[in-house]
Design a protein around this ligand. Structure first.
Ligand code: GAL
Length: 957
C-alpha cells in the first residue's frame, strides 16, 4: 500500500507549458479600463523542496503574520541578506543533473501571499484578468482559495481570468514559485539563476465589449510614400489616427501618405483602437521588412545593424528592472550610435520595446529558449528535438509573438539561443512564419538555415566573415542566398573588445554582411558589500563560470566602459576623413535612411593639442550613402612651430529625445604636418663621485646604474625594462581556445617573473650606458637591454634598445620601461585620450591635451586586469616630471604594481601603496576578444624584435 504524504507537485516536472492560463494576446495598457498593480511587499515563505508545504496558505483566512516579506517584482535570492539563498551563475552547465524533465528534490520554493483590497469603485461589469509578466521558473496560482492554474516560461506573460472570483474588499492572491522545473531545461541562458516573481503582477478590468487581442499591420511602400494600415481585432471596433485623418473599422485596410518608421527616423502616429467597452492607445510605425535580393530590407533599403545583445540587468535588483533603468539603456544606446538590439535571450519587459519604438532601435526579439547544457552530451535528449516538448516550445513562441507583435521596432523573431537543432525549432519557425509573415525569423544554431531567413553566426573570426561577405563560404543552397549577420561578436569581457574597427570595415565593404550585435550590453555584477561586484563563485556555487558573466559594454552601474566609447566611434553615422595638409574634409553619410540635416559641423585647429581656433563648417545635408568634400579655412599661422592638426566634429543641431543639442555623434582628426621633434644635443658628461654618477640634472647609483633622481624629483624605482601586463580576460582566452591563449602562454614562459642581470655600467664621454639581460628563470630566451642616458644640461634622455635572444614563439604583452614615483596625483598629457586605448581598440582615442588624476586613469573592470593605457602620448607630466617620447608612447600610471593588479580578483582587492607605478611603453600587444572570439589580428601583435625608443625627462617644479 502506498499513500501520499505530500501535495502533488507533478506539474513542476511536467513538460507541458501549464494549465489554466488564457491564450496569449497583445500586451497593452488600456486608456480607460481600470487596472490595479499588485506590485509591492508580499508575504513570503521559503521551503527547501517543492512539496514541503501543503496548499492551505492559499486559503482565505490563512495567517501569514509570521512570514517574511519580499518585494515584488523581485528575486528572493537577492533579498533577505542571504536568508533566502543565493544566486547561482553558470554559463551553459545546468546546475542540476541532466535528467529531463526531472529536477532535484532540493527545489527552493517560495510561497508568496498578497492580500489586496479591491477598490470600492472597481467596476462590477465585465470580467477581470490577472497578469503575471514574469516569474522564474514555475508558478502555481490561487485567488481567494481557488486554484487558477500553473505555468512555466519565465520571461513571458501569463494571464488568468479571475472576474468570477474577485470579491469586494479583501482578496487573497497566493503564488507558489519553484526555482526548478521542467521549464528550467528550456532556460539555460548564460546568466544568473534567479527565482522569483520578477516582473509586474497586475489585475486588469475587462469591461464588456473590451478589446481582447489585436494585431496592427502598418506597412510602408517606399515607391509611393504611402502606408497601409489594418488593425485586426478579435472584438470589432474602429481605428482612429487623427494625424492621418484615419477613421476605419477594424479589419479594413486604409492607405495614406505617411512618414515611415525607421530606427533613424522613428516616426510614430498616435492612434486609438476603440471598441464598445474600451479605448486602447496605439503607437503606429509604418515600415515594411522583407528579404529581397539576398538582403534584409526595410522600406526598400538594406539595413546595417550596429547592435548589441541586451540582457536585463540591475546590480541590486537582477532582472527586475524599473522603467527608468530601461530608459537609461535605450538612451545610452542611442547616445553611443547603436541602432539595434537583440533581446538576448528572452523577450524583455514589454516597456523596453515601447522605448525601442519611441527612440528608434531595430529589435531582434528572442524567445525564452536555450538548452545549451545538452551540448555536454552531444545534444542527446535535447528537448527541441523531442516531440513531447514541442507544445512547450510552441507555447513560448506564441507567447512572444502575440505579446510583442504590435511593435514596429521588431524586425526579427528569434527562436531562441543555443538550443541545437530539431523538429521543435522547425515547428516554432513554421508557426511564426504563418502567424506573422511580415517579419523575418532568426536563429543562430542552425547553420544550414533550414528554418531561418538570415544566416546568423556568433564570434565568427574576421577572415571567415570576409569569406562569407565574398560568398565563398559555401553552405546549403538556401544559405547562399541569405544575408549574414553576427548575432553575437566582439566579446566585451574585461578590457576590450579589440578588433571592432576591423569587423566594421568588413561589414561596410560587403553588402551581404548586414552588421552585428556585440556580446553584450552590461556586466551582470551583483552589488556586494565586501567585493564591490560579485560574479560566479562568489556565492559558493558548486559549479560556476566565474566572471564570464561580466562581459558588457557598460559596467554593472551602467557607466560606459572604454569598449562602448570605442564602439560609438567605430559605428559613427558620419565618416569624417581629411587631408590636413590641403585643408580638405571628406564627409560621408553612413546612415541608411536619414540625411545629415539633424547635424551641425564644427572645425577646430589645435597646436600641440590646444585649440587655437574653431568655427562652424557648412556641410550639405547629404543623403544616405552620399559623400562631399568640404574645404577647411586657412590654418592659423604656425607661430609656435608646434604640431598642428584639425579636428572636425558632427554634433546634434538641435535637442532630440535622446540627447541635447551639441551632443557629438562623430569626429575626425587629421594632421597638418608631421610632429616636430627638436634635436637633443648630448652636451654633458657623466661625473662619477663617491658611488654616485651625476649627469646633467640626474643622479645615479654608480654600482647599479639605477636612476635616483631627476632635478629635485626622487625616483623610487629606476626605469627598467618591463614586459608584463596583468592578463586581460581576452589575453587569458576561453578554455576551448587552446593554442593562442597568450595570457596563459606568457605565464608558462615566465614573463611575469623576469630577472634582470646587470652586465655593465659604463660612464663614457657623453653618456652613461647600462647593459643588462632580462629573462625568465628556466628559459633560454632573453632580451638584451641597453639603457643609454645623456643630458643637454637641463634635461635627461634615456634611450632603450632591446635585442631579443633565442626563439621567441610568443608576442610580448608590453615593451617599455616601468619606474616608481614617491608621489603623483594630477596628470597632464598631450596625446590620445581622454580614455584608455590599446592597439586594436584605439579608434576613439582623440589627440589633444588631457588632464586627469592617477586614480581616474584606472578603468575599474569588475575583475581587475591590465587597463588604463593612453595612446600616442607625446609628453606627460606627473609627480613633478615631464616626460617626452620619441617616438610617441603608451602611458599608464597606477597606485599598485602590475603584480598586485594581476593577483586581484575584485576591485576591492586593490589598495593604493606608497608608490605611483608608471609604465612608458613603446608597444603593447593587441586585445582581441578571445574570451569568446578571435584573438588580436596579426597586425596588432607585439613581436619580440630589436627596437629602440627614447624618453626625455625634465622637471616641472
Ligand atoms: C554565447 C551565448 C551567450 C554568451 C556568450 C559568451 O555563446 O549565446 O549567451 O554565453 O556566448 O559570453
Amino acid at each position: 500500500m502506498s499513500f501520499r504524504t505530500t501535495p502533488s507537485v507533478d506539474y513542476v516536472e511536467d513538460v507541458s507549458p501549464g494549465s489554466g492560463a488564457l491564450p496569449p494576446r497583445a500586451w497593452y495598457a488600456s486608456s480607460d479600463a481600470r487596472s490595479l498593480s499588485l506590485n509591492g511587499s508580499w508575504r513570503f515563505r521559503l521551503s527547501a523542496t517543492a512539496g514541503a508545504e501543503d496548499d492551505s496558505f492559499a486559503e482565505e483566512g490563512y495567517d501569514a503574520g509570521n512570514w517574511a516579506e519580499v518585494t515584488v517584482p523581485g528575486h528572493w535570492v537577492l533579498q533577505g541578506d542571504g536568508a533566502f539563498g543565493s544566486p547561482i551563475y553558470t554559463n551553459h552547465l545546468y546546475p542540476f543533473p541532466v535528467d529531463p524533465p526531472y529536477v532535484p528534490t532540493e527545489n527552493p520554493t517560495g510561497d508568496h501571499l498578497r492580500v489586496f483590497d479591491l477598490p470600492s469603485d472597481w467596476p462590477s461589469d465585465g470580467g477581470a484578468v490577472l497578469r503575471f509578466d514574469g516569474v522564474e521558473s514555475c508558478a502555481r496560482v490561487w485567488l481567494n482559495g481557488t486554484e487558477l492554474g500553473e505555468f512555466k516560461g519565465s520571461r513571458l506573460a501569463h494571464e488568468f481570468a479571475v472576474g468570477e472570483l474577485l470579491k469586494p474588499g479583501a482578496n487573497v492572491l497566493a503564488v507558489r514559485v519553484h526555482q526548478w522545473s521542467a521549464g528550467s531545461y528550456l532556460e539555460d541562458q548564460d546568466q544568473w539563476w534567479l527565482p522569483g516573481i520578477f516582473r509586474d503582477v497586475t489585475l486588469l478590468h475587462r469591461p464588456a465589449g473590451s478589446v481582447a487581442d489585436f494585431f496592427v499591420h502598418a506597412s510602408y511602400d517606399h515607391t509611393t510614400g504611402e502606408g497601409t494600415l489594418r488593425v485586426d481585432s478579435d472584438v470589432d471596433g474602429r481605428v482612429l489616427v487623427p494625424a492621418l485623418d484615419i477613421d476605419v473599422a477594424t479589419g479594413e485596410p486604409v492607405t495614406v501618405a505617411v512618414e515611415p518608421w525607421t530606427a533613424e527616423t522613428p516616426k510614430l502616429y498616435d492612434g486609438v483602437l476603440a471598441t464598445d467597452g474600451e479605448r486602447v492607445p496605439l503607437r503606429i510605425g509604418f515600415r515594411t521588412v522583407v528579404l529581397e535580393d539576398g538582403l534584409v530590407k526595410v522600406n526598400g533599403t538594406a539595413v546595417l545593424f550596429k547592435g548589441v545583445n541586451r540582457h536585463e540587468w540591475h546590480p541590486e535588483r537582477g532582472r527586475a528592472l524599473d522603467l527608468e533603468t530601461m530608459r537609461e539603456d535605450v538612451l545610452l544606446m542611442k547616445r553611443h550610435n547603436l541602432n539595434a538590439v537583440r533581446t538576448s535571450h528572452y523577450p524583455p519587459h514589454p516597456a523596453f520595446l515601447d522605448l525601442c519604438d519611441e527612440y528608434g532601435l531595430w529589435v531582434i526579439d528572442e524567445c525564452d529558449l536555450e538548452t545549451h547544457g545538452f551540448t555536454e552530451q552531444d545534444w542527446r535528449d535535447n528537448p527541441v528535438d523531442d516531440d513531447r516538448w514541442t507544445p512547450a516550445l510552441l507555447d513560448r513562441a506564441a507567447r512572444m509573438v502575440e505579446r510583442d507583435k504590435n511593435h514596429p521596432s521588431i524586425v526579427f523573431w528569434s527562436l531562441g539561443n543555443e538550443a541545437g537543432t530539431g523538429r521543435g525549432l522547425t515547428a516554432m519557425a513554421e508557426w511564426i512564419h504563418g502567424r506573422d509573415p511580415e517579419r523575418l525569423v532568426h536563429y543562430e544554431g542552425d547553420w544550414n538555415c533550414r528554418d531561418t531567413d538570415v544566416y546568423s553566426r556568433m564570434y565568427a573570426f574576421h577572415d571567415e566573415v570576409e569569406k562569407i561577405g565574398q560568398r565563398l563560404d559555401g553552405g546549403t543552397h538556401k544559405r547562399r542566398d541569405l544575408p549574414f549577420i553576427q548575432c553575437e561578436y566582439a566579446h566585451a569581457m574585461g578590457n576590450g573588445p579589440g578588433g571592432l574597427a576591423d569587423y566594421q570595415e568588413l561589414f561596410e565593404k560587403y553588402d551581404r554582411l548586414q552588421g552585428g550585435f556585440i556580446w553584450e550590453w552590461i556586466d551582470h555584477g551583483v552589488k556586494h558589500a565586501e567585493l564591490g561586484y560579485a560574479y560566479g563563485g562568489d556565492f559558493g556555487e558548486e559549479l560556476h563560470d566565474g566572471n564570464f558573466v561580466c562581459d558588457g559594454l557598460v559596467f554593472p552601474d551602467r557607466t560606459p566602459s572604454p569598449g562602448l566609447i570605442e564602439y560609438k566611434k567605430v559605428i559613427e553615422p558620419v565618416r569624417i576623413e581629411g587631408d590636413g595638409a590641403n585643408g580638405i574634409v571628406h564627409v560621408t553619410n553612413k546612415q541608411d535612411f536619414a540625411d545629415l540635416s539633424a547635424l551641425a559641423f564644427e572645425w577646430s585647429c589645435q597646436v600641440d593639442g590646444e585649440t587655437v581656433e574653431s568655427g562652424s563648417l557648412a556641410v550639405p545635408a547629404l543623403a544616405p550613402g552620399e559623400s562631399a568634400e568640404v574645404k577647411l579655412p586657412e590654418p592659423p599661422a604656425d607661430g609656435r612651430g608646434g604640431e598642428r592638426q584639425w579636428t572636425v566634429r558632427a554634433l546634434l543641431a538641435d535637442d532630440t529625445s535622446w540627447a541635447a543639442k551639441g551632443h557629438v555623434v562623430a569626429w575626425g582628426q587629421f594632421a597638418v604636418g608631421a610632429r616636430p621633434l627638436p634635436p637633443f644635443p648630448a652636451t654633458d658628461r657623466p661625473v662619477v663621485e663617491e658611488g654616485r654618477i651625476t649627469l646633467g640634472p640626474a643622479g645615479f647609483d654608480a654600482r647599479t646604474g639605477a636612476l635616483l633622481s631627476v632635478g629635485g624629483v626622487e625616483v623610487g624605482a629606476t626605469p627598467r625594462l618591463d614586459v608584463w601586463r596583468a592578463p586581460t580576460d581576452n589575453d587569458d582566452g576561453a578554455e576551448w581556445q587552446t593554442d593562442t591563449r597568450y595570457g596563459v602562454l606568457w605565464r608558462t614562459l615566465g614573463l611575469h617573473r623576469m630577472r634582470h642581470r646587470l652586465v655593465s655600467v659604463e660612464a663614457g664621454d657623453d653618456a652613461l650606458t647600462v647593459r643588462t639581460r632580462v629573462a625568465p628563470a628556466a628559459r633560454e630566451v632573453g632580451l638584451d637591454t641597453v639603457y643609454r642616458w645623456t643630458s643637454d644640461g637641463e634635461r635627461l634622455r634615456l634611450s632603450v634598445s632591446v635585442t631579443p635572444e633565442g626563439d621567441w614563439t610568443v608576442p610580448l604583452p608590453r615593451l617599455g620601461v616601468r619606474f616608481g614615483l614617491p608621489e603623483a596625483d594630477g596628470v597632464e598629457w598631450f596625446g590620445g585620450g581622454p580614455g584608455e586605448a590599446y592597439p586594436d581598440s584605439r579608434t576613439a582615442s582623440m589627440i589633444g591635451r588631457w588632464r586627469s588624476t592617477v586614480d581616474r586613469l584606472q578603468t575599474p573592470y569588475v575583475r581587475p586586469q591590465e587597463n588604463g593605457a593612453r595612446a600616442d602620448v607625446r609628453w606627460v607630466e606627473l609627480g613633478g616630471l615631464r616626460i617626452e617620447g620619441d617616438p610617441e608612447f603608451w602611458f599608464t600610471a597606477r597606485r599598485w604594481t602590475t603584480e598586485q593588479l594581476d593577483a586581484a580578483q575584485h576591485r576591492t582587492d586593490l589598495a593604493a601603496g606608497d608608490t605611483v607605478w608608471v609604465n612608458l611603453d613603446h608597444g603593447l600587444h593587441g586585445i582581441g576578444s578571445q574570451s569568446c572570439g578571435p584573438g588580436p589580428l596579426p597586425q596588432y601583435f607585439l613581436k619580440a624584435e630589436p627596437v629602440e625608443y627614447s624618453f626625455v625627462f625634465s622637471t616641472t617644479r
